[in-house]
Ligand binder design. Structure first.
Ligand code: CTP
Length: 409
């Protein structure tokens, strides 16, 4: 009965190929069972082993179970054009199980001095790591720092479990069971496939980050928006199959892959960039913290300090991009954000009505501005729908699902 449940959870999308990386831990013997479960579920598995891993389990065992060559050296197969990088091309995921403390540290540094590290660096699919080590190694601040950095880099960590360890001690550090690892990876791949079609054929235009309104050639008015939420949404929309254009205020975040980026500085430039592209959009998401006021007349030359004089700046309102789109592009599905410091749902709903939006995402201004996670309330014609606090990249995927669902109605 239990066997039946386990094998049901291994269902992966058809034509799945994964790279299984094995590093030097006693838990390496469990890799054989993972390969067996995957092969049984119809998944193609290319096994890559580090030199240390070969001391714990024989490549021959994994070759027999996977029915494919096992890769242990960087230059293996170079003569038949199977270069080291091509092994990761087209693979939906690289799963490193067991992953030693040393492997985690090396991945954080982006090392490329053995085959597995090179593949992790040059991958297209997701990277999963299932740590396995002594409990003190696991709880050591260096390892914990490395794991936090890997997660920030988008690596998915599986486990470890707590329990009896190979060294005879008890605690956290045991690799998850082969069944649990195989099930978690399969679930992710299945979810990824469905997610990858959610916005197929749709064109998404977003704004993100702060704007900067010049006072003089070197000074200006801006705000503390990091752009993280908008960039995460752009990335999620691209992952969901949309054609994505991101109009970004001044932030140094890297452009998500597959996203076209247009850099702007001021609110007026942002408005111009949006209005020039709105005809080609199906969805507009205004995530930017656009300045509500700009200098009426920015100085051409640097302002000089006049001792003991107060300085008065005259500001004029900027154009409200989102509100303007209700008139200019009513057929576009428009999504707004609202950062409120109090009465979040009520103030957010008032803003939604004022800007004539089918969907508005409201949050606490104090929470949202520079953090890596966020807690939001969705506001639409059916009322308020709070979501639990989550990491911004997870939240972005959730919001893409919410937008796709409303569009398909
Ligand atoms: N927005 C916009 N153009 C502006 C100002 C805001 O497109 N000039 C968009 C933001 O990108 C966001 C939404 O409008 O999606 C809400 O912005 P916010 O600044 O919170 O709203 P305001 O209307 O400026 O209201 P207030 O600052 O008074 O809360």
């Amino acid at each position: 009965m239990e066997k039946h449940i386990v094998e049901n959870t291994t269902a992966s999308p058809p034509d799945t190929r994964i790279v299984l990386g094995i590093t030097g831990s006693i838990a390496a013997y469990k890799a054989a069972e993972m390969v067996r479960l995957w092969v049984k579920a119809g998944v193609t598995v290319d096994v890559v082993m580090t030199e240390a891993a070969c001391r714990f389990i024989s490549p021959l065992t994994l070759q027999a179970l996977s029915g494919r060559p096992v890769w242990t050296e960087m230059w293996q197969g170079a003569q038949d054009r199977m270069s080291h990088i091509s092994l990761s091309r087209g693979a939906q995921a690289i799963v490193v199980a067991p992953a030693t403390a040393d492997f985690l540290a090396r991945t954080v540094q982006g090392r490329a001095d053995d085959l597995l590290s090179v593949l992790c660096l040059a991958r297209e699919g997701s990277l999963f790591v299932a740590p396995a080590m002594n409990r003190q190694m696991w709880t050591h601040p260096a390892t914990q720092r490395n794991v936090a950095q890997l997660r920030a880099d988008g690596v998915i960590t599986l486990g470890p479990d707590a329990g009896e360890l190979a060294c005879g001690e008890t605690g956290e550090g045991r690799m998850l069971s082969p069944e649990a690892i195989v099930a978690a990876v399969s679930a992710h791949l299945v979810e990824g496939k469905t997610f990858g079609r959610l916005l197929a054929g749709r064109r998404v235009l977003l704004t993100a980050g702060p704007t900067f309104e010049a006072i003089d050639p070197v000074r200006g008015l801006t705000n503390r928006s990091s752009g993280k939420m908008g960039f995460a949404l752009a990335q999620a929309a691209a992952q969901a199959g949309a054609e994505v254009t991101l109009v970004a205020g001044p932030v140094t975040l890297p452009t998500p892959s597959g996203v076209t980026r247009v850099n702007v500085v001021s609110a007026q430039e942002m408005a111009n960039a949006v209005f020039a592209r709105i005809d080609r959009a199906d969805i507009f998401i205004g995530v930017a913290a656009v300045a509500d006021y700009a200098l009426a007349a920015p100085a051409d030359q640097k302002l000089k300090k006049e001792t003991n004089e107060t300085l008065t700046l005259t500001l004029r309102p900027t154009i409200d991009i989102l509100a303007e789109l209700a008139q200019r592009a009513p057929r576009v599905f428009r999504v707004g954000f609202a950062a409120e410091s109090q009465n979040i749902a009520a103030q957010g709903e008032a803003k939604r009505q004022r800007k004539n939006l089918p969907l508005l995402i409201a949050n606490r201004a104090q929470d949202a501005i520079n953090a890596d996670d966020n807690e939001v309330i969705l506001l639409d014609d059916n009322g308020a729908h709070p979501l639990p606090r989550m990491d911004k990249s997870l939240l972005a995927r959730r919001l893409v699902e919410e937008i796709a669902r409303r569009l398909s109605r």
